[in-house]
Each structure stands twice: as C-alpha cells, then as structure tokens.
Design a protein around this ligand. Structure first.
Ligand code: 0X9
Ligand code: ZN
Length: 471
C-alpha cells in the first residue's frame, strides 16, 4: 500500500472521530489507547488535551478546574510529558478492556441476564418477560420513537394494591438510564432494580410498602440509536444519532432539556463536541418523548437519571451553583442514599451538587425538578476510573445492588407532608398546604396523585402531618 495512504489511514483511525460510522463499517479499534487522569495546571493544558484527545471521559471529582479523564493514543503521552502536563495512566489499553467485555458476551454461552451486558433486542424481550411473568405488577409502555425509528419502550411497575382514596393512579417515581450510549451499566441497573422489586415484594416489607404506595416507571434505553452504535461500530459513542450535513454527529441528550438550556458554561454549541446541546431545547425526539411522558403523569414525586462513572449522587441544580429550593431535603435524602449504598455493598459514593463534578446545562434532572417539582437526581454508577465505561460484567450485580439500595433509600426518604422541604413537618407546611388546597393547586397538594386537590389529600396531609418527622 502507498506509504502516504497508510499514514493517512493510521491518522484517521487514531483521530478519535466525532462522527458515528455507518453500521456496515467495521468496529472502530482502540488498540493501545490509554485513559489518563489529568490535573490541568490551567486552560492551556485543557486545550492541549482537547486537541490531542477529543474524547473526555467527562466524570471525575474535582470539577473543570480539577481532575479530568481523557482517552489518548500512546504517542500522545510524549506530547503530555514534553508539555509537563501532570497525569497518571488509569487505563493502559482501552481495546483490551473492550475485547474482554466482548468475550463476556458469547451468545452461545448459556448465561443469566445479569451475567452480561444486553443489547437492544434482548432488553426489549426481557421487558416482555417481566410483563408476562408478573402480569398484575408490570405493564409494558411505548413512549415514542427515536430519530432512527427505534421504539423507546419502558414499563410501569406497581403492586395490585389499589391507590389510596380511589385515585386512578398512584404517585409516580421515574427511573431512566442510557441517555449516554456508552454508559451500559445504567441499563442493567435500571432492570436489576425492577427485577428485585418484583422478586422481593412478598419478603421485603420496605419494598412491599413502596410498591403499595407508588408506581414506578422504568425506561432502560432512553437513547436506543446511540446504544446501537456502541454495540456495532463505536463502543465509546455518547450522543444520539442526529445527522448534520449528512454525517451522524449526535446531540448530547443530557444537554438538550429545557431548564437551564443553552449555557456555554455547561454545554457546547458545536455539533462535533461530545456535549453538543442541539439546535434548541428539546430539538431531539428522545428528550421530547421522555418530557411528554413525564408531563402526562398526574403526580410525579421523584426521579433518577442513571449514568456512569464516578460513584456520585448529584442533586440539582446541575446548570448553576445557586442552591435549589428545598436543599435541606435533597441533603437528607442524598446522604441517606449514599449511606444505604455503603451499608448494602460497601461501595463508597459521594453526594453533592455541581461543585463535586462540573456544571452541566440542559440536563434531565434539572428539568424534572424545575418543571414538576419532583425530587430529581443523577446517579453516576461504578467505577471511579479503573475501567470507566467498560465496566467488567462481574460488576453488574454489585452495581445493581448500589442502585437498588439508593432507590429504596430515596423513595423511603420522601417526606411528602414537608411541603417546604426543610426536613420538618410543622405549621409552616400546614399553611402551605392550606393555601394550595384553597386554590386547588394540584402539584404541591395532590397527595393521592389523581390530578386534583381535594378532601382525600387533606386526609393524607393530616396523616403525614401527624408523624411530625421526616424519615
Ligand atoms: O455530564 C453529564 O451529563 C453527567 N456525567 S456523564 O459523565 N455521565 O456524562 C452528569 C450530569 C449531572 N450533573 C452535574 N454535572 N452536576
Ligand atoms: Zn452520562
């Protein structure tokens, strides 16, 4: 082969392209590529890394001015050394990890669902199996279709115990994952939580009480097109499959939501960026679909948006450092979640706001909290950098137990009569309830979840009020 062509090909392969390849192309390879954890000394170091890498693995406690993880070629280490950039290699061969992950996916191996990562078709059929196995608990739902016309499906899960007060529907808790295509562990954790809820309903009093009180909506694959790219051509693809000028560039779905959208401090206006926010809030069908579903729910009380990696529980706001209303309640619930994870699996997670990560503008949790008032959290699952997005399959069930402990702690910690979210149920809440009750303000005083504020809600409020303390 012509020498110049060889060089061009090699350069192309190593240039960490920002566009997704067509699915008939061979999978991109990452031989000998590293992930380095950098402590930039200033903007020049960040610019250098953005130039040589182009693939920031985004998470990492320390924020924009602190540590950050980047995927780089072996030869780039010399460039970093010459420039004196402080770094440590946290993954020495990205392709090796991917190969090991692939080996764990042997389709002829008879394995249980949570022993391996699962593709779109397999996740879809698993949801059908859940619905067939637990017909009185699980209903499959279809929320709409992605850009490339894949169905975004999910399921509703609750016990057959009827909603209080004859309400048509229980208050809803929403769990979604996989806005970011390469964060495979989120899909498995979402499904693991649902499975454990179903399997332990009869033996675990806490789970029984949650399923008797609330309805849970699970959407395991919020970004099915991106997920398909990671299974076929680019394992490290993050965004959706939005085509711009004939090339699949992708929009970062977790920068496309309408609250806090469009800020350069936490997103990018450039379509080649991994945090491209899209041309307008909700420009993407995937975010529109999730938003529309959330708006169709009469009473949404809490939500978790699963991501990886870094082992964090993050509260709003993500787009600004200003503290959210009701921060006291977020702190109580977030700390309870972190403690519950540590008690169940021994994993160490950290709870906090954007100060422990970085600003992110136009995210799902900010929209959930900002628009519906529901508790809206991000969980960054395992690990802390040893394997990053390519988490070994042996970590699926342990991660599932992190998520399960966190989910139970969050919902058990909802203190719904604490309307002002100061962690006390007292006269101030009564006054707030009474004024909401007077004007039939459904979102804050609708305890039953039927979309209206009426006598039933008064009874619930009184019931919560009598306990005088948040869990
Ligand atoms: O950047 C994101 O969207 C999330 N991290 S990830 O590495 N999974 O992409 C975090 C978003 C939420 N929170 C804050 N940045 N505060
Ligand atoms: Zn993510």
């Amino acid at each position: 082969m012509h020498r110049a062509l060889l060089i061009a090909l090699a350069a192309g392969a190593l240039a960490l392209p920002a566009s997704a390849q067509e699915s008939h192309l061979a999978a991109e390879r990452y031989d000998n590529q590293k992930v380095v954890r950098v402590t930039p000394r200033g903007i020049a170091d960040i610019q250098l890394l953005e130039r040589v890498s182009g693939d920031r693995w985004t998470c990492g406690p320390g924020g924009a001015a602190g540590e950050a993880d980047y995927r780089v070629r072996e030869a780039d280490l010399r460039t970093l050394d010459q420039a004196g950039v402080p770094y440590t290699v946290i993954i020495s061969d990205v392709q090796k990890l991917i190969d090991e992950e692939r080996a764990g996916q042997d389709p002829f191996h008879d394995r249980a669902f949570f022993d391996a990562y699962q593709n779109y078709a397999s996740v879809s059929s698993y949801v059908n199996t859940l619905a067939a196995t637990y017909p009185s608990f699980v209903t499959r739902i279809s929320l709409g279709n992605s850009i490339q016309n894949r169905e975004i499906f999910g399921f509703r899960l609750t016990s057959p115990v009827p909603p209080l007060g004859g309400s048509p529907r229980k208050p809803v808790v929403f769990f979604n994952s996989e806005q970011h295509a390469r964060e495979w562990i989120g899909v498995m954790v979402d499904l693991y939580i649902a499975t454990q809820f179903l399997e332990t309903y009869n033996t675990n009093a806490a789970v029984k009480s949650l399923l008797d009180t609330y309805e849970f909506v699970f959407v395991p694959l919020s970004n099915p097109d991106g997920y398909n790219i990671t299974w076929t051509t680019q394992r490290l693809w993050r965004k959706n499959a939005r085509t711009i000028n004939g090339t699949v560039r992708g929009v970062d779905l977790n920068r496309n939501w309408g609250v806090g959208w469009g800020l350069d401090s936490g997103s990018s206006g450039s379509s080649t960026s991994d945090t491209y926010r899209g041309s307008a809030p909700f420009s993407e069908p995937e975010t529109q679909i999730l938003r529309n579903y959330a708006l169709s729910v009469p009473k949404l009380v809490a939500s978790i948006d699963f991501h990886s990696y870094s082992q964090l529980v993050l509260r709003p706001w993500t787009y600004q450092y200003t503290l959210p209303p009701g921060k006291a309640a977020f702190d109580r619930i977030g700390n309870a979640m972190v403690d519950a994870i540590a008690a169940k699996t021994g994993a160490s997670y950290e709870y906090g706001g954007p100060d422990i990560l970085y600003l992110a503008s136009g995210t799902a949790p900010d929209w959930f909290f900002g628009t519906t008032g529901a508790i809206g959290l991000t969980i960054e699952l395992r690990d802390t950098g040893l394997n990053g997005f390519i988490l070994p399959t042996s970590q699926i069930i342990p991660s599932g137990n992190d998520g399960l402990a966190a989910a139970i702690a969050m919902v058990s910690g909802l203190c719904r009569a604490d309307l002002n979210r100061d962690n006390f149920v007292d006269d101030a809440d009564f006054v707030q309830f009474a004024s909401a009750y007077d004007v039939f303000l459904t979102n804050s005083a609708d305890f039953s979840g039927d979309g209206v504020t009426d006598d039933t809600d008064f009874v619930y409020f009184a019931d919560g009020y009598n306990q005088f303390a948040c869990p």
